[in-house]
Write a protein that binds this ligand. Structure first.
Ligand code: TYD
Length: 220
């Protein structure tokens, strides 16, 4: 697809949302159509799935969604993603626009395989199918110790955020392993610095990426 597809990843509280918004503004200043979106919840159907995943389902035994099984959880995140790709991401890329998504497939690989300990290969196959094999050209993995990043959260912890320290450290480890396995696509950014310091690293890489992609596009 002709457009530019970028994802931001990392454990909760690393500042992805702030950096994604900065990147949106910066990329929009360069003239292209830019859409900032997120998972879960980047579509109307996805918003309903997000609510179930993070806040539970009325009518379940104790009124919470604690009992959502690991496989069910993986399928719900994948369902959200399938709709997100078809309805939001792919149409913008087809028009040659830029899509910046706050979380994508790596979140499922890190949380559902790393955190929940489902088999990585199963979660990967499920998600490649759900996303029709669409992968970002660049993924910024914002990395920070989850015990520190969780102190930055300004809301009550949701179902995923309250899954425990061991879960969070497995998730962080998985993000780092995924990035190491795909160095062409992934850039690990130290997220413990100030908002400006983190942004500077993303901006510098993005400038290089845009230059490369423009040259590649001209050659196509
Ligand atoms: P997020 O939107 O980043 O949370 P918030 O808006 O509260 O900052 O993500 C919601 C949670 O869902 C987060 O804990 C990560 C988790 N998640 C997965 O476990 N798997 C996935 O595939 C995705 C996209 C998110």
């Amino acid at each position: 697809m002709p457009g530019l597809f970028i994802s931001l990843e990392g454990v909760d509280g690393v500042g992805k949302t702030t950096q994604a918004e900065r990147l949106r503004r910066y990329a929009a200043g360069c003239g292209a159509e830019v859409v900032l979106t997120r998972e879960p919840g980047g579509t109307a159907l996805g918003a309903a799935i997000r609510d179930m995943l993070l806040h539970g389902v009325r009518g379940s035994n104790d009124g919470s969604a604690e009992q959502i099984g690991a496989r069910t959880e993986a399928l719900l995140f994948a369902a959200d993603r399938a709709q997100h790709v078809a309805e939001t991401i792919a149409p913008v890329l087809r028009r040659g626009g830029t899509v910046i998504t706050d979380r994508y497939i790596d979140s499922s690989l890190a949380y559902q395989a790393g955190g929940r300990e489902l088999l990585l290969d199963d979660v990967r196959k499920l998600n490649i199918w759900a996303a029709d094999a669409l992968m970002p050209v660049r993924t910024y993995v914002l990395d920070m110790d989850p015990t520190m990043s969780h102190q930055r959260l300004r809301h009550d912890e949701d179902r995923m955020e309250s899954a425990g320290d061991a879960f969070q450290s497995r998730t962080r480890r998985a993000f780092l392993d995924l990035a190491a396995a795909d160095p062409q696509r992934c850039r690990v950014i130290d997220a413990s610095g100030s908002v400006d310091e983190v942004w500077e690293q993303i901006r510098a890489d993005f400038d290089g990426l845009r230059a490369t992609e423009t040259t590649a596009g001209d050659a196509r």
